[in-house]
Every structure is written in C-alpha cells, then in structure tokens.
Design a protein around this ligand. Structure first.
Ligand code: ZN
Length: 411
C-alpha cells in the first residue's frame, strides 16, 4: 500500500506519547496503525506525536501542497498533490462591520472552503494518510456530521474500499448520509446517538480493528487527526506573524481536536524558536459550546482536571452535540495554559447570530454562529477589551445547516 500511494512515515518523528501519562508509546516501527494508549485504563487515552524539533524546517505555505506545506510537522509525508492540495490554507478576513460595532478587531478564519466543506478535512486527510502509511486497508468511524463525509472523501482519493460509516438511526437519508454515500462510503445506522453507533461499529468490526486492517477514526482514537487540525494553528501563525497573533481564538468545541491542535502548534512553534513566549503574547483559547450540551464549560467552571460527561438535551449545532470528550484533560489543560475560558450559548443565540452572519455576508454553520454568539458574551461581560483582536474559527459554511433541514424560525 505504501509503495502505491507514496506515503511514508515522517523520519522527523521523535516519539509518540500518551496525552494523559506522558509515557512513551510503542510504535513497532509503524508497521500497524496507532490507536489509543495501553498505559491508561481501557479503552486508553489519546496518543500524541512529538517531533525532533531541532531538525524541523517550517515550510512556507504553498497552494499546490495544501496542509502538506507543513509536512515536516506532520506524521506522514509524500502524498500526491491531488490528495490534499485543496485542503487548508484558508483565508483570515477581518469582519469590519463587527469590528466597528464592537471597537475591537474581529477576524474570521473560514474553513468552509475545504473540499468537503468543513475543517474536518484537515484531520481526516492526515489521519487517513497516516493510517495508510501504517498499513491499514480501510477506515471506519461513527459520525453525526462532517467527519464521516471527510473520511469518505479521503478514502476515495486513495482508491481505498469505501469508508465504513456508522450513524445514529435518525440520520438516514439526511445530508451527511447522502454526502458520505456520494464519496463511496458504506453507511450503516444504529442506535439513537453517536456513542451507540460507535459501540456497534467496534463490535461489528472487532476482528479487522484488532488486526490493524481497519482504523477507528473516531475523534482522538488515532493521532493523525490531531496533527491535521494542528495546521490551523500553524497557518494562524504564518498569516498573522508572531508579533501580531490574535488576543483571543474562539473555537466551537465538540471533541476539541482543533482547540488542542491549535495550542499544540503554538507549543511546537515555541520549540522551533519561531514564537518567544517572553516577547509574544499567545492567544487565549476559548472553548464554545451549546448550553444544551456543555460538558467542557461545566467541567472548566467546576475546576475539574478532566471533562465529566453530561446528558445532552440536543442542539441544532450537530458538531457541538458531544456529551463527553476523550481528550477532556487536554481541552481543559489548553484553556488553562492559555488563560482562556469556556462559554456556553443558547439555541436562541445560535439562531440569532446565524441570521446576523447571513446579513453581513458571512458563510457560517450553526457551530460558527455559536462562536459569534460567544464573542458577544465576552464583549458584554468585559472579558474581551476595547482594541483587542479576536479570531473566530468558522468551521463550516451555511450550506450544511441550510441543506439538511428547515431552519427553525426561518422558513
Ligand atoms: Zn495512557
């Protein structure tokens, strides 16, 4: 497989470690895919990649390379340009009407221009490539959103067997189902939520997962997705410069891969000597959730070290309907290390800000609208001060919410 695709393990990987214990994880020469750690109680904790930073050259962004512009800081190198040259390198634009209104600088990084329409493409491109370089033959995941679509798209681009996608029963014939099928996925339905769908998937594919033929691409179950999402942080650094980083980064937090990934990028940039924390102020990271499902916000406010799962009451922002977080310890660590915060917004606020986005011509998903709502809260309570710069991570565009259901109060 590796010979056909040209994919190779990055020789500048130093080691893999458990995100919870810090213990080194055995890679066995990457002859099989890497999953969760075995040092923590089952099912284990997420594994993260470290690089030999004094040998790494940070590449300049190049459109023909997409996220592989930063290949020395990715676990896998050598994809054909057609695999992911259209992934990443998204624009950061200032939203002047909101800057003027709020007396701050409002910046937006718009991820809706990725090939499958969301930021999920970054993590799944790298995760699928990394798993393939480790000898996997097929990818599977439970999903209630764009991750399944992205995994299907990148499986198709490598000519792999269709991605095996499990969705909750209510998702049949919905937009995500139709999109995953379009990219060749085999889609199965089980249970009432993503956790139940995931359990069924691990039961059905137990033998293939155990042998390493399949990779479980669930959020944080393998290390590649985090590395792909990290490229958002590398780009923010390249686009803004070390002297002009945003004061705040607001991020809609479901599983939290991007929040943790952006912060990992900044730590690696410090290791590379590109950012000097004594001179450059790092952004404060804000986790944004919906009030109806806010495990990170509640656990942050309670001062916990890890995220305590909640019972979701359901939210129109599918990407935020994540009642537990396997990387909860990493999310809370990121918020605290960065002197950031966590904000929960109501369904009404999400819908109101979704309308605001359309009004000024911003292509926003409901998750992106939640981030706009969170900025208004931080302005109202004085956390974001006059003259500061806030970067909103707009994770997907308007077509996803508008394409899958009637928007309440809209039609
Ligand atoms: Zn562990």
């Amino acid at each position: 497989m590796t010979k056909d695709t040209g994919l190779q393990i990055n020789p500048k990987i130093k080691r893999l470690v458990c995100s919870a214990s810090g213990q080194e994880v055995e890679t066995a020469g990457f002859r099989r895919p890497i999953g969760l750690c075995s040092c923590c109680p089952p099912p284990g904790k997420p594994v993260v990649v470290e690089y030999v930073l004094d040998q790494v050259e940070l590449g300049e962004p190049a459109r023909e390379k997409g996220v592989w512009s930063f290949s020395e800081l990715l676990p896998v190198v050598g994809p054909e340009p057609s695999f992911a040259s259209d992934v990443g390198l998204t624009a950061i634009v200032e939203l002047e009407p909101w800057s003027r209104e709020a007396g701050i600088t409002v910046l937006a990084k718009n991820e809706g221009t990725n090939p499958s329409g969301s930021f999920k493409d970054r993590g799944l491109a790298v995760g699928v490539a990394f798993g393939t370089a480790c000898g996997a033959q097929r990818f599977c995941l439970p999903t209630q959103g764009n991750a399944g679509v992205a995994a299907s798209l990148f499986s198709a681009r490598l000519g792999l067997p269709g991605c095996l996608v499990y969705m909750p029963e209510g998702y049949e014939d919905g937009l995500y189902h139709r999109e995953a099928r379009y990219f060749g996925a085999e889609v199965r339905f089980h249970g009432s939520n993503i956790a139940a769908a995931g359990r069924k998937m691990r039961e059905d594919a137990a033998a293939e997962l155990a042998s390493g033929a399949y990779v479980d691409m669930s959020t944080f179950f393998e290390p590649g997705r985090l590395e792909g999402k990290k490229t958002m942080g590398l780009e923010i650094f390249q686009q803004c410069g070390a002297d002009n980083l945003p004061d705040w980064i607001l991020y809609p937090t479901g599983g939290g891969t991007g929040l943790v990934g952006i912060w990992k990028a900044f730590q690696e940039l410090i290791g590379l000597g590109k950012i000097d924390p004594a001179r450059h102020r790092l952004p404060r990271m804000v986790a944004v959730q919906g009030k109806n499902c806010a495990p990170v916000v509640e656990s942050f406010q309670a001062g916990l070290e890890d995220v305590r799962p909640v019972e979701s009451e359901g939210t129109i922002a599918d990407g935020l309907d994540v009642p537990g977080a396997i990387m909860g310890h990493g999310i809370l660590r990121t918020i605290r290390e960065s002197a950031g915060t966590a904000v929960a917004v109501s369904e009404e606020e999400i819908l109101a800000r979704f309308a605001d986005c359309g009004r000024i011509g911003v292509a926003a998903s409901f998750e992106s609208a939640a981030v706009v709502a969170a900025l208004h809260r931080l302005l109202a309570n004085g956390a974001v001060a006059h003259g500061e710069r806030a970067l909103l991570l707009l994770t997907a565009g308007h077509l996803i919410p508008l394409g899958q259901r009637r928007v309440p109060g809209w039609d």
